[in-house]
Write a protein that binds this ligand. Structure first.
Ligand code: GCU
Length: 683
């Protein structure tokens, strides 16, 4: 398996010098009193990682004595570590947290979790320290995940396809049944857990006919098998469900959420699910969205719909993730008042306080759809009485489809750090979704996964960094992009400083590069309709799903102001609303998302809009070329198959970036009639 299968868990063999530094610590594992599948996973991972990196076979014991121990303990094993750890710190741990402490006198390391889950996360932390060759001296760490829900949504269909999947087929399904490669699912669970994730919904949010039956006895035994695998890695299993199940599975003639028969049908159904999977997490629901059924059909609202399900799940502790991706997808271009960006807020904000405690609204990071650049959703912080999770897209649907390099951690950082002003200055989105500002029962972060059954999981091997980084950032949004990147590169490719520097810099600048040659100043959607790959300025604009940029010969951009536009800007808290409303204070990078301006409009950078479009498109291609040459310079330092596979993607990226440049530049040159100041080739 030389093509990236081992991912960041490759546990690359260490040099002799490194080995001698760590060897004193690596002799024996002390297990906690109470065994569990999660403890077993921790033990297996330590054995695997340490034997691979150090060629040392650890022994196992249950008593902490002598030297060179890795002590795994829970709050039940305190007497083992009596006097060695600060018991006040144990009290600071939550159910997934851990503390790690080195005991230099006996060359030992203690990993103590409040529960076995903490042991698992602590184990991966220790392995990461070894992989990145960080010191084990003087370790004294307390770690709790900042977000309670740290989830992935797989958009997998049972025929084996993956909606918006760019890495082969499903890891879970083939030919309308479950795969038989359970080992691969286990390796996937290891990857997710090592990055800090704790929840997976593994079928597509668009739940088609066969997938609707995942909650029936035909498939529940297989769902339970997946849940067994995930459970051993601290991950809860969820499913996406079809809102119309009472009709499609139950033979009822309605799915009206207020109908007694419908309510009872769901109660029985949920009871049945829990007979197979006693710790089932719950469900994800895409209702009244892009032609999916939902409560609107029956004249009911989203609180009615979600609460009905929530009631059925409540006795079992299950959660209902209810997606806010609800908008009118058939907008007429003549209608200037409808604005897709407004839709989620308009539908959901008035319902604040009406949702049950185990309903969680699932809100995409932006009001549109995972564009290269868009504003943040104004719903964050706007519903103090309603549980929220933020939804990112790790899959690169609009960001190069894992053929282009586009490292999204810097984008996610910007979003998480965005100050909503929901409780005045200092209410960033990360503090909304981690529950520290509002008394949410459930909250956190979820994301559309980017993995599939390609040997290297993510198609582009460097796209693994998005998956890893997503988990790490979700565990701790305070980590910097640089820290996360440095970890991933070292874990995946080793610690050669040249590789670390080159690959890190390449990753960190790649989102900006992709933005440069694709999406100027917050304009999105200039992609080919349906598959969303490659440039097509009017593909959506002149389609019935439009409209998105309103470009004509005089100007470009969508007027979303309150004064003269759709009013979207007014959905933010006043500080942000004012900033976006005013063309002079609206940041350049979102100018065309909020304003319609002439091509000669001067940006804060001093350039005109049209010159900015030309310049960024030329620069973007140069940067793509540089990415390719930097990667080429690493030949011999990266495993050959990975090197070759990534090189081919860069070759494609360079050619495709030229296509983007030329199509966008010529389009706006011909629309505006304004020449490039630098007189470069524009067709
Ligand atoms: C996007 C994507 C769809 C997906 C939808 C969703 O529109 O293109 O494939 O179904 O998002 O998030 O539900």
């Amino acid at each position: 398996k030389e093509n990236g299968y081992e991912s960041w868990l490759a546990y690359l063999p260490k040099s002799e010098v490194t080995k001698s530094n760590y060897k004193p610590f690596l002799k024996n594992i002390v297990l906690p009193k109470k065994d569990s599948v999660v403890v077993n996973s921790s033990k297996e991972e330590l054995l695997r990682g340490i034997s691979s990196m150090f060629q040392v076979e650890l022994t196992i014991s249950t008593v902490f004595e002598g030297t060179s121990n890795i002590v795994l303990a829970t709050a039940d094993d305190l007497e083992q570590v009596d006097g060695l750890i600060d018991t006040d710190k144990v009290a600071q741990l939550n159910s997934e947290g851990y503390l790690m402490k080195s005991v230099p006198e006996s060359d030992s390391i203690i990993i103590l979790g409040k529960t076995d889950k903490g042991i698992l996360y602590g184990t991966f932390h220790l392995l990461r320290l070894l992989q990145t060759e960080s010191s084990l001296q003087n370790i004294d760490i307390v770690e709790n995940p900042r977000n309670q829900i740290r989830m992935l949504n797989e958009w997998d269909n049972m025929d084996g396809s993956v909606e918006r999947g760019y890495s082969g087929n499903s890891l879970f399904f083939e030919d309308n049944r479950f795969v038989r490669d359970w080992d691969r699912i286990k390796d996937y669970a290891r990857m997710l857990s090592s990055s800090g994730l704790n929840a997976v919904a593994f079928n597509n949010v668009n739940v088609h006919e066969v997938e609707s039956k995942l909650i029936t006895p035909e498939f529940l035994p297989d769902v339970a098998k997946v849940a067994d695998i995930f459970r051993a890695y601290g991950i809860k299993t969820y499913l996406s469900i079809n809102y119309a199940s009472p009709i499609e599975l139950g033979g009822l003639d309605t799915a009206d959420p207020l109908d007694e028969n419908v309510r009872n049908w769901w109660k029985e159904k949920v009871k049945e699910i829990y007979e197979y999977i006693p710790d089932f997490g719950g469900v994800v629901v895409k209702a009244d969205s892009e032609h999916r059924p939902g409560p609107f059909t029956y004249g009911r609202n989203h609180a009615d719909g979600s609460n009905m399900l929530a009631e059925a799940f409540e006795p079992f502790g299950g959660i209902v993730f209810w997606r806010c991706f609800v908008y009118n997808c058939l907008q007429d271009w003549r209608d200037r008042s409808t604005d897709r960006a407004r839709a989620a807020y308009d539908h959901f904000k008035p319902l604040d306080g009406e949702f049950n405690d185990n309903v969680v609204l699932q809100i995409k990071n932006g009001p549109m759809d995972f564009q290269v650049r868009e504003g943040v959703s104004p719903l964050f912080g706007a519903m103090p009485k309603t549980n929220q999770v933020l939804e990112f897209q790790v899959a690169q649907e609009y960001t190069g489809q894992q053929r282009h390099l586009c490292y999204l951690i810097p984008q996610w950082k910007e979003i998480l750090d965005f100050d909503t002003y929901a409780q005045g200055e200092g209410t960033p989105i990360k503090s909304v979704v981690d529950g520290s500002k509002f008394p949410y029962t459930y909250c956190g972060i979820t994301a559309v996964s980017n993995s599939g059954n390609d040997e290297n999981w993510t198609g582009h091997t460097l796209a693994q960094a998005n998956l890893y980084g997503y988990g790490r950032l979700t565990w701790n949004p305070e980590l910097s992009s640089e820290e996360i990147t440095d970890e991933w590169v070292k874990m995946t490719f080793g610690t050669d400083p040249v590789v670390v520097k080159e690959v890190s810099e390449m990753l960190l600048g790649s989102w900006r590069t992709y933005e440069n040659y694709t999406s100027p100043l917050g304009v999105g959607w200039m992609v080919n309709p349906n598959h969303h790959y490659g440039p097509n300025v009017d593909g959506y604009e002149y389609d019935r799903w439009g409209t998105y940029h309103f470009a004509d010969w005089k100007g470009i951009g969508v007027d979303r102001t309150v004064a003269t536009g759709t009013g979207y800007a007014g959905q933010y808290f006043p500080e942000n609303a004012e900033m976006y409303e005013n063309v002079d204070t609206c940041p350049d990078e979102l100018l065309l998302f909020f304003h319609h301006v002439p091509y000669t409009h001067k940006l804060k950078s001093g350039k005109t809009v049209i010159q900015h479009i030309y310049d960024t498109h030329f620069e973007g291609v140069e940067e793509a070329e540089e990415l390719k040459s930097r990667w080429s310079s690493l030949e011999g330092k990266i495993p050959p198959m990975i090197f070759q596979g990534v090189l081919e993607r860069f070759e494609h990226q360079v050619e495709h970036s030229k296509e983007w440049r030329d199509i966008i530049n010529t389009y706006f040159y011909r629309k505006s009639g304004i020449a490039d100041e630098k007189n470069r080739k524009i067709y």
